[in-house]
Design a protein around this ligand. Sequence first.
Ligand code: G4P
Length: 526
Amino acid sequence: MSKLQSETERRRTFAIISHPDAGKTTLTEKLLLFGGAIQLAGTVKGRKAARHAHSDWMKMEQQRGISVTSSVMQFPHRDHVINLLDTPGHEDFSEDTYRTLTAVDSALMVIDVAKGVEDRTIKLMEVCRLRDTPIITFINKLDREGRDPIDLLDEVEDVLKIQCAPITWPIGMGKRFKGVFDLYNNRVHLLPAQHGGKVQEGEIIEGLDNPRLDELFGSMAEELREEVELVRGASHAFDFDAYRSGLQTPVFFGSAINNFGVGEILDALVDYAPAPLPRPTDSREVLPTEEKFSGFVFKIQANMDPQHRDRVAFMRVCSGVFNPGMKMRQVRLGRDVKIPNAITFLAQERGHVEEGYPGDIIGLHNHGTIQIGDTFTMGEDLQFTGIPHFAPELFRRARLKDPLKSKQLLKGLEQLSEEGATQLFKPFRNNDLILGAVGILQFDVVAQRLQDEYKVDCTFEPVNVATARWVDCDDPKMLEQFKNKASDNLAEDGAGMLTYLAPTRVNLELTIERWPDIRFHATREH
Ligand code: G4P
């Protein structure tokens, strides 16, 4: 096997999808701990804040105790290389959150045992479904009282429309939480008494009939035996192919804060989750093991280093090997660029890349020429597909304090929307500048950055737009007609694409009904 093949096969690139507070940060920290990337589990949040105590808009995130920017962490497990792409969590979640999911090969869904399926999870799951991303599920916080596990799995199946195959089963819950039963290896994994921040193995008891269980659990042992029988009869058996095609999710139970169940998740990533997959382009499918390098940019982040006011473009390697100093073709611009130094994301630290293999994420310094969706190759003219803009859900009109700065405002909004966290719309009927986002915090971030980077003082005020759709039509005449009739609600987006800004959802539905030949798209490809 070539080095490229073996390095590709040992990579697992994934992201966590969850609703805020389900335990994503805690679990991330414990995954790094188990992966040996950090010795003692401190708080990822705390360290992240200290490291980024640079720019003002990041200070703003800290004050609110949330992280706006997703980062990438790489760590080893069982001779595999795991790339964890963090997705922004709270009110701040942005298009980056969605697009990060286009750069992974699988996802880990974290659900709070007391809360069940929550709305953010539903939304993120919809995005995963666009690519049939395989999903492993972790039900967290079993050390607290929560919902009946069987009900919970029913809810996941009903609401998220994905089959559940429990791999472990919880023994008790809350104060009575004792550990999990591994349904496939037929053994009990006990919750260790104390973990003290270190990785500690709890006792393993082989076999459900083991008298040690009665000794330890008393009457709970018999309850466990009955429950396991019930679960085995009533739930789906794990089906590898169904998992790989996104139809079924293997389910694990645990408690991230107690380090419990985390090792099983890492093992599942190694054993079940896919290595880097082939990627579609506008002309052909690119296999990861092709010798020639290729990759695409899924995210651009500003001001990671205040010394350099440049931005970092996050690129997913799709094929071949990246070496520093190599020349590649930026397909959109049709020009060859030399990449002297790129950034890697070894857990918690940014270093310089030695080599980047398929599945790895590397950071390119960007002085404004790289856009989200850009493909880089060794000269072949192809474009990776499936890196969409999502129709924003929140809209605000920019209001300038100093009217003489309108040029700078436009430039600032255009450049910031090129980074992709927000989108700019210019209505046909007036000179408004309307900003769209999927997370409310994005407006504050933009206002702050306009001030810092463009010296423009502006606020964002409510505007009568409920949702947006990109519009096209095969019949140019029909499109002209539509443009005339609907011009009050039409706009151009940052890339010059025709967009319908609907004042209400009902208005959108009626318009779609009235114009059957016009297509209304909720996503737009770059
Ligand atoms: P998030 O990134 O998904 O938003 O969740 P995060 O890890 O920040 O966890 C949210 C809260 O849930 C935190 O408590 C965290 O300690 C707690 N938590 C995470 N995993 C477990 C678990 O397995 N069991 C229990 N009981 N709690 C868990 P917090 O009070 O909001 O913050 P903190 O002060 O503890 O940091």
